[in-house]
Design a protein around this ligand. Structure first.
Ligand SMILES: Nc1ncnc2c1ncn2[C@@H]1O[C@H](COP(=O)(O)OP(=O)(O)OP(=O)(O)O)[C@@H](O)[C@H]1O
Ligand SMILES: [Mg+2]
Length: 248
């Protein structure tokens, strides 16, 4: 079982859109995939109409070790794509992780029972620097970091690198890529076309700013279902290809 995360300390940079599209593309390539929306305000469910939290299934019980993870998984939202939708109780995830000195409810332990039936776990993370983030950075094989080509966003990339360094986490697994690229903007063009924008391990994939991505939320479908013949869909296919080459 391989684990990847979409993460940035900056909000609204396209983490969730990418996590949903990549999880869908992986499942379509016969990779048994689980998408876990770790954001308590989760948006992944908006992008996948079939993955709303089921009433009565309290995720707090999972975090307390009182219920097995399998009970929270929506099987086959699409063939080969399982989803753990977000839940407001995930806001307590950090408190739990801090209390849990033996790590018995760590993300790693929670995921372990699913390892036989799952080839790829895609974690959609909230934009926070927290204990949960630390665990994700420790656990994931690769962490994909969307960067909007602006100074503010590049600054948050530096902030993330400093955090990783200060926590002695492996920086090598970080994979930044440009997201929400608007070619009408000079700075976006300059940074994405630069032969050396000074960003280590930058992937050669740029996700364009495209209104069709926003429509994913309205339609509750991944881009590959909604609008496969668009440049944005093509850029996500390319991103999936890079991820696949990188993992196996
Ligand atoms: N490539 C894109 N082109 C245009 N709009 C996009 C694109 N990617 C995402 N969006 C839109 O931008 C907003 C934020 O996207 P998304 O939820 O994926 O970001 P996020 O990084 O997960 O945000 P948060 O930090 O709040 O979790 C959404 O309204 C989404 O529809
Ligand atoms: Mg998000």
């Amino acid at each position: 079982m391989r684990i990847i995360a979409f993460y940035s300390p900056k909000g609204g940079v396209g983490k969730t859109a990418a996590a949903v599209n990549i999880a869908y593309l992986a499942s379509r390539d016969q990779v048994a995939t689980l998408l876990w929306d770790l954001d308590p305000q989760g948006a992944a469910g908006f992008y996948l109409a079939g993955a709303q939290p089921v009433k009565g299934r309290k995720l707090s019980r999972l975090l307390e070790g009182k219920a097995p993870i399998a009970r929270f998984v929506h099987d086959d939202v699409y063939p080969g794509l399982d989803v753990i939708p977000s839940h407001p109780s995930f806001r307590n995830f950090d408190i739990r992780l801090n209390q849990d000195e033996e790590g018995s409810h760590s993300l790693k332990k929670l995921l372990a029972p699913l390892s036989e039936e799952t080839s790829l776990v895609v974690l959609d993370c909230p934009p926070t620097l927290s204990r949960l983030t630390e665990q994700v950075l420790e656990l994931a094989d690769r962490v994909y970091v969307p960067l909007v080509p602006t100074w503010l966003s590049l600054n948050s990339w530096k902030q993330l690198q400093a955090f990783v360094k200060s926590q002695k986490l492996p920086a090598k697994k970080l994979r930044p890529y440009f997201s929400l690229v608007d070619r009408r903007k000079k700075l976006h063009r300059e940074l994405t076309e630069s032969s050396d924008p000074g960003i280590e391990r930058l992937l050669d994939v740029a996700i364009p700013y495209a209104s069709v991505v926003e429509q994913m939320g309205e339609q509750g479908q991944p881009l590959e279902v909604l609008a496969p013949n668009t440049p944005a869909a093509e850029s996500f296919r390319r991103l999936w290809q890079r991820i696949r080459e990188d993992l196996w």
